[in-house]
Design a protein around this ligand. Structure first.
Ligand code: PPS
Length: 362
């Protein structure tokens, strides 16, 4: 566990209003479709109440986990009092840690700035967790999530969904090959250059977060590592949140002993399972699109010495596509944990080693 910086003993952040509230110090800021529901459920289910999710808002069930406040401008407008009121009251000897797990935060350009405004000099006390998944399978997962919402996405095939977005992004890259393509609000001609695709552009997003947060406040989680070593990742997150080692150990034991219930399965939160796999051509196009951004991200993580959990994936190419890649099936081995310098991205359809295409492709 030596690669995870040990957080100072947990300090509560109580708001200054007359009936002070226990404000969150732990934030899961990303990524959409990268296991955040599962991690969040482990945090609130297996820490004996030590990690607390706060109250429901008008957004219903999902708001136990996701408060949305610092990202979505319509939520930010609700104001400080509104946010404070959705957390439990502070008690004298309260050792709880409140968690706001909003995986869309990393996509909102103003989220880190809003946090800085809200927390002021206490900002350095916050701990951020960012789960990162190889962006092509993440994009596929998000497509099936969008289909749940009905509307225009309901009738769309994956290639109909993808083609105009890629065309738009490539047009922007032709104008400037170094365009970050994010945020969507870049000035013309780079406005909305990569709709939906921009969720996987971790590099420019991380640059933005580092304008407000010290690298040691961040813990990146490898999605592949989360699946293969859930206990180790859980332990790292608890230590990052400031829990003492003895408590973290107890929580990990409870997680390991927990039965595989329907609740746990539900918390995996899959919409993509049962929908086959992405067509080889789309997959190759997406890999080609994301490859340079992922290279830049590896460079930034290494330059800033940002912790990655599980430890064995630190300094590795943990976001590369695995061999025998299938977008619909998360991999469970350690194929990705290769040293950072070793380039593995392959960018044309013919270079992929592909199994036979699923009958349900798209
Ligand atoms: N333990 C475990 N094993 C394998 N896969 C897992 C696990 N936990 C979460 N997942 C996968 O993570 C995807 C859901 O991520 P999120 O909960 O972050 O989604 S959301 O953004 O909050 O909607 C969703 O991915 P897809 O199945 O590809 O859609 C889940 O299957």
């Amino acid at each position: 566990m030596a690669c995870i910086a040990i957080a100072p003993a947990n300090q509560n952040l109580c708001s200054t209003v007359r009936a002070p509230r226990l404000l969150p110090t732990l934030f899961v800021i990303g990524s959409l479709k990268a296991g955040s529901t599962s991690l969040w459920a482990n945090l609130v289910d297996h820490t004996n109440g030590r990690i607390t999710p706060g109250y429901l808002t008008h957004k219903g069930d999902v708001s136990r986990k996701e408060k949305d406040f610092f990202g979505d401008p319509s939520m930010w407008r609700l104001g400080r009092r509104w946010y404070e009121a959705i957390w439990p009251r502070c008690t004298k000897d309260d050792h709880k840690v409140a968690v706001d797990a909003t995986p869309a935060y990393h996509v909102w350009y103003d989220a880190p700035k809003n946090m800085a405004t809200f927390f002021g000099p206490k900002l350095p006390q916050l701990k951020l967790v960012w789960m990162m998944r190889e962006p092509v399978s993440k994009f596929w997962s998000y497509f099936w999530e969008l289909k749940q919402y009905g509307g225009e996405f309901q009738r769309m095939s994956f290639s109909q969904f993808l083609a105009p977005k890629l065309a738009r992004a490539h047009a922007c890259l032709e104008k400037d090959p170094n365009s970050p393509l994010w945020p969507p609000s870049l000035p013309p001609p780079f406005e909305s250059c990569a709709p939906h695709l921009d969720h996987g552009l971790y590099h420019p997003q991380l640059v933005r977060w580092l304008q407000f947060f010290h690298p040691s406040q961040l813990l990146i989680i490898s999605f592949a590592g989360f699946i293969s070593q859930p206990s180790e990742v859980f332990h790292d997150v608890l230590i990052h949140a400031g829990l003492p080692r003895t408590e973290a150990k107890g929580a990990v034991e409870r997680l390991q002993q927990a039965p595989a219930t329907a609740h746990r399965k539900k918390m995996e939160n899959s919409r993509a399972k049962g929908h086959g796999r992405m067509a080889a051509k789309s997959r190759a196009q997406l890999h080609e699109f994301y490859a340079p951004f992922i290279e830049r991200l590896y460079g930034l993580l290494n330059d800033k010495h940002i912790s990655v959990s599980p430890c064995r994936e630190m300094g590795t190419r943990f976001l590369d596509p695995p061999e025998n890649y299938s977008a619909s099936v998360p991999w469970r081995d350690n194929a990705n944990a290769r040293p950072f310098g070793q380039v593995r991205w392959k960018t044309s359809a013919t270079q992929f080693s592909l199994g036979s295409e699923s009958a349900h492709s798209e």
